[in-house]
Design a protein around this ligand. Structure first.
Ligand code: THU
Length: 144
């Protein structure tokens, strides 16, 4: 079981995601997204969506943050926050990002997302990505 994280810490993490959305490179969609990941060493790694003129090459904020963390050797995530400040409802991670996040975090990892601090959805990775499979092939990032 993941050690529980106080709500105030998750709100703090959401604020970091909101800050990170300012670095979004989204000249095509004009839809900034930021993500912040708390890793098991207590540090926070952020990311934003980075678009490309070849639209399919766009990288979501969640994967930018996940890959940045992994590239620093931080492959165990304790909590994930996502902020899409221009959305009029809380935008959860896309399917591809849900799969990527499960490489580095177990099902009980808290995930929070929203467009602003007053309307944050609190859930877990397992709720967002049920019936996850191929755990036996995962390289260790899911373990505590
Ligand atoms: N986007 C994210 O970065 N994360 C999400 O969870 C949803 C969508 C980005 C991709 C694209 O740059 C823009 O938002 C519009 O889809």
């Amino acid at each position: 079981m993941a050690e529980s994280i106080p709500e105030s810490e998750l709100v703090q993490l959401f604020r970091k995601a909101l800050e990170a959305s300012k670095f979004s490179y989204s000249p095509y969609s004009h839809f900034p997204v930021g993500a912040a990941i708390l890793t098991d060493d207590g540090s926070i790694v952020t990311g934003a969506n980075i678009e490309n003129r070849s639209f399919g090459l766009t990288n979501c904020a969640e994967r930018t943050a996940a890959f940045a963390a992994a590239a620093q050797g931080k492959i165990r995530f304790r909590a994930i926050a996502i902020a899409a400040p221009k959305a009029d409802y809380p935008v959860g991670p896309c399917g591809a990002c849900r799969q990527v996040l499960t490489e580095f975090a177990p099902a009980d990892t808290p995930v929070v997302f929203g467009s602003n601090e007053k309307n944050i959805v609190h859930t877990t990775l397992g709720e967002l990505y049920p019936y996850d499979s191929l755990h036996e092939l995962a390289g260790g990032g899911q373990s505590k």
